[in-house]
Design a binder for this molecule. Structure first.
Ligand SMILES: *[C@@H]1O[C@H](CO)[C@@H](O)[C@H](O)[C@H]1NC(C)=O
Ligand SMILES: *[C@@H]1O[C@H](CO)[C@@H](O)[C@H](O)[C@H]1NC(C)=O
Ligand SMILES: *[C@@H]1O[C@H](CO)[C@@H](O)[C@H](O)[C@H]1NC(C)=O
Ligand SMILES: *[C@@H]1O[C@H](CO)[C@@H](O)[C@H](O)[C@H]1NC(C)=O
Ligand SMILES: *[C@@H]1O[C@H](CO)[C@@H](O)[C@H](O)[C@H]1NC(C)=O
Ligand SMILES: *[C@@H]1O[C@H](CO)[C@@H](O)[C@H](O)[C@H]1NC(C)=O
Ligand SMILES: *[C@@H]1O[C@H](CO)[C@@H](O)[C@H](O)[C@H]1NC(C)=O
Length: 340
């Protein structure tokens, strides 16, 4: 599966952050060419203490970042300059100050705010990846009745940034258990949770003045954002597929819903073999309707009333007649409170 994200250096816009070292650090970030909701931050002058899950052959940070975005659980990468490889990483514990370092990129996850803990920008980015799945324990830790535990040696436990409050109890590394409440930022969006976590969803009516038959995928993604604050939905399980289908407005019997899945090629008899989610998540679940030959491949996949993914139409533009809605989705807001 090929991910369609192309990463460009966005005019080297940079934010300046003052850190404990009292050095001025520039964080450059890469924004996606088409969609602004998957990003990595390049760390200059910092390394990461983390686990390496695999290595990947490339000398191009864009390729490596795309590989990380498409790999479940990957939260950061390290380019090993000159070796033609990079490392995919998870279990991020802390930053290290390494003046010459420029090989680390960390995922820019949405903010995780813990009541009573106020953090600087850099620590905030770290906390966001530690709690990337926005659950009561950091990703990869075991949920206990009053604490979270991780079976690691003491020296590894000691690597965790102090604000995360990790302590070694003689056997395991221990971190406070959080009480997490999830919510959506507006009343158009509905909260639900599936395999990949808590999300906010809306299936909205297509406004044919804005989304004409000449509309591009970008137009549709922007329409979702303007109407709901969310982007075209990706789908990762049968349950999520059925849930989005259930939000269908049944006032039109043959109502097809655009989802955030796009082919690498479209048009008459396009030789399409690869599809990608525009939010950059992996294609780890599929529910395609059977494709027939000599058809127009659609620029965007539609969810039909039988909950199947339609990729083609009998004639160009036919699909636009039954396309009435768009499925929009975003991560839920999470409020964390330490359980004491
Ligand atoms: C991280 O993502 C947020 C939301 O998309 C964005 O506003 C912010 O500028 C990004 N931060 C960096 C350092 O790229
Ligand atoms: C978690 O937070 C919610 C909302 O503040 C509260 O109603 C609930 O009692 C809390 N649960 C625990 C176990 O602290
Ligand atoms: C559709 O969009 C047009 C142009 O923005 C707007 O004037 C119209 O009110 C919208 N229609 C509906 C039903 O929202
Ligand atoms: C469903 O669509 C009809 C138009 O065909 C509209 O009047 C109605 O408000 C819609 N219902 C919902 C819940 O959006
Ligand atoms: C199909 O229709 C779209 C929108 O009208 C148009 O842009 C495209 O060129 C057409 N494709 C073919 C292969 O006719
Ligand atoms: C698809 O591949 C076939 C065989 O290689 C070629 O003849 C045809 O032109 C291709 N179609 C498109 C739309 O590229
Ligand atoms: C696709 O075709 C196969 C073989 O004809 C059939 O077994 C299968 O049920 C079809 N799938 C769908 C989703 O229609």
């Amino acid at each position: 599966m090929k991910i369609r994200l192309e990463i460009v250096e966005s005019g080297y816009e940079a934010i300046e952050l003052m850190f404990a070292m009292k050095k001025l650090i520039w964080i450059f970030w890469f924004s996606t060419l088409c969609y602004a909701n998957t990003g990595f931050i390049q760390l200059l002058g910092y390394g990461l203490l983390a686990d390496t899950t695999s290595t990947y052959s490339t000398s191009d940070p864009t390729d490596c970042v795309n590989e990380c975005a498409a790999t479940d659980g990957c939260l950061a990468i390290q380019m090993v300059w000159g070796s033609g490889t990079c490392k995919l990483m998870n279990m991020i514990r802390a930053y290290t100050w390494e003046a010459e370092q420029c090989g680390f990129y960390i995922k820019n996850e949405t903010d995780v705010t813990i009541t009573g803990r106020s953090l600087g920008a850099m620590d905030q980015v770290l906390q966001n990846v530690v709690y990337a799945s926005k659950e009561e324990c950091p990703d990869g830790w075991t949920v206990g009745s009053t604490t979270c535990t991780l079976s690691v040696i003491q020296s590894t436990c000691n690597e965790y940034a102090s604000f995360l409050e990790a302590t070694y109890d003689g056997t395991d590394c221990v971190i406070p258990l959080m009480n997490v409440t999830y919510s959506c930022p507006n009343s158009v969006l509905l909260l639900n949770n599936f395999v990949n976590g808590y999300f906010c969803y809306a299936v909205i009516w297509r406004n044919t003045t804005v989304i004409t038959s000449a509309a591009t995928v970008d137009d549709m993604n922007n329409f979702c954002y303007q109407q709901t604050g969310a982007y075209l939905a990706s789908i990762h399980s049968d349950e999520e597929n059925s849930y989005i289908s259930s939000l269908r407005n049944t006032s039109k019997s043959n109502n097809a819903i655009a989802i955030g899945l796009i082919p690498d090629e479209y048009g008459y008899n396009a030789n399409t073999s690869e599809y990608s989610w525009i939010d950059g998540t992996p294609l780890d679940y599929e529910n395609f309707a059977n494709i027939t030959t000599n058809k127009y491949i659609l620029p965007i996949v539609m969810l039909n009333r039988n909950e199947l993914w339609l990729t083609n139409a009998v004639a160009n533009n036919t699909m636009w007649i039954v396309f009435h809605s768009l499925a929009c989705k975003r991560g839920a807001d999470a409020t964390f409170t330490k359980i004491t």
